[in-house]
Design a protein around this ligand. Structure first.
Ligand code: HEC
Length: 319
């Protein structure tokens, strides 16, 4: 059709198509990207500090000696979740009937400008925890580019502390995720005193923080997307650089996250040749806080495996 025959209806249709396609999904055919299934499990109240205590966690000494979480636990996620989801010794207030684990299919890709993740999962039959009234289901990615060594070894547990909100040493206080390096000292109960601002700034400038993205899902409406960083606390950005789209069909969610490879100051640069650690979480059944499912530490390479990434779990190839 030549332009002069474009009538008003056609113009509106064209404009709508451009709007709904957005700048992202145009050329990316997810059916051509291979995915990997991973298992996310319920972590209960097993904090970083507890996991480092041999009398409470059989893997503590070997972990301290250099064996990563997945070195002992990969393949056991479903069992671990089933074991601890209702075990009062590690979960003070179990949610009756809560499944212990959930499967997540992960795909990653990039183009010249952006990185994309497609996450697919089905929450299944979930009891209503009634904690997050607004959002029944939320999915998140947390990642590091090597700036936080303990995240490379333990994924999300690097940020999960005994004094965080609703954890055993919270003492009624609200404390978000944080990294141990932000504290003056850390005991079995976590760390309370935050280092002086200048020191925190220096750690941040050296890349010693984690980045996270979360999509809060609503059936038949765009998800609410938040992103931010974790260092001395979880800091959410006022305007997210990350975008997400989500669809739900027969109980299965497909969520696509995307952001610019270079999202500017304060975000982790995503570049070929760097190794990334990624962790995933899903809140289901109107759950909040720790009442989620989490993955062990996973690795991501951009374009091709690097020495540091070994054989990565996910490779984001260019399309
Ligand atoms: C050297 C092996 C080893 C390493 C490394 C290790 N663990 Fe464990 N983990 C164990 C053993 C053994 C148990 C069961 C006995 C116990 O709880 O002490 C266990 C128990 C657990 C449990 C309770 C559920 C279950 O399956 O028994 C969780 C959750 C867990 N570990 C998470 C982690 C995380 C997270 C890390 C990394 C920070 C980690 N582990 C590192 C050996 C290990």
């Amino acid at each position: 059709m030549s332009p002069k025959f474009l009538n008003a209806t056609a113009l509106v249709a064209l404009a709508l198509a451009m709007l709904t396609q957005g700048q992202s999904a145009r050329a990316l055919d997810w059916t051509k990207v291979s995915g990997k299934d991973i298992t996310l499990f319920y972590p209960a109240q097993m904090s970083w500090e507890m996991l480092l205590t041999q009398s409470e966690h059989g893997g503590a000494e070997k972990f301290r000696d250099g064996k990563n979480c997945r070195g002992c636990h990969e393949g056991e996620e479903q069992n671990s979740g089933n074991l601890i989801v209702g075990d009062k010794s590690v979960e003070a207030t179990p949610i009756p009937g809560k499944p212990g684990s959930i499967k997540l299919n992960v795909k990653a890709a990039h183009d010249a400008e952006r990185i994309y993740f497609q996450l697919a999962f089905a929450p299944g039959a979930q009891p209503d925890a009634g904690m997050d009234k607004e959002f029944s289901t939320k999915v998140a990615i947390m990642f590091d580019d090597g700036g936080v060594a303990e995240a490379g070894r333990a994924g999300c547990w690097a940020a999960c502390h005994d004094n965080a909100t609703r954890m055993p040493s919270a003492a009624g206080k609200e404390t978000t995720k944080y990294l141990a390096r932000s504290r003056v000292s850390v005991t079995r109960k976590g760390g309370e005193e935050i280092k002086p601002a200048a020191e925190i700034d220096a750690i941040r400038a050296a890349g010693g923080f984690l980045e996270y993205w979360q999509a809060r899902l609503v059936a038949s409406a765009p998800p609410k997307v938040v992103d931010g960083t974790v260092l001395e606390k979880r800091s959410e950005r006022e305007a997210a650089a990350v975008t997400a789209e989500a669809t739900e069909s027969n109980g299965q969610w497909i969520v696509t996250f995307s952001r610019k490879l270079d999202a500017g100051a304060g975000y982790k640069a995503i570049t070929a040749g760097k190794a990334y650690t990624v962790g995933f979480s899903v809140h289901a059944g109107h759950a909040a806080h720790r009442f989620h499912y989490v993955s062990l530490e996973k690795t991501l390479a951009i374009d091709a495996p690097t020495k540091a990434s070994g054989t990565p779990d996910f490779v984001a190839a260019q399309f």
